[in-house]
Write a protein that binds this ligand. Sequence first.
Ligand SMILES: [Zn+2]
Length: 165
Amino acid sequence: MNLFTHVLTGVFIQILCFIFFSFPFNFILTIIIAFVSHFIVDAFSKITYHTPAPHWDDKFWVSWNIGIRVVGYSAIIPFYPYYLGMIFANLPDIWDWAIVRRIQKRRNVNGKINYYRNNFFHRIIYKIREKTLFWLPNWIHEKKAIIVEILIDFALIIGIIFLKI
Ligand SMILES: [Zn+2]
């Protein structure tokens, strides 16, 4: 799913862990649960609008992807005290998309590389999704499915507000 959803999940998990556990378990559990959350959240991405390839010619795709990315990066600033949850909730994306893909791109002189084969964590996520969530509809090409992700984000925001007051 999008950066914003993973940021909110990481923040929510860190707040919960710091409420219910004391040092050092609050830190350890934040790291473990936030990291595992990425696999669960991404497994559900098939019920949200997530086209495998970019659609730069589609205004809707461009607005949604740029908009949600700006929201995601902006959210990091007010939530910086929850950096631990945010980092670990996003680690599989940082590793697969920002590090591995960049290295592969640099090595990819003949343009024949299969990025899917080389991403590490998302291959596992794909398997989890195929094995456990095969019964869910596939809405990755459905524009209206952005509502699903917006609702998930909204629920997480409500949860964060609820825990903080
Ligand atoms: Zn991911």
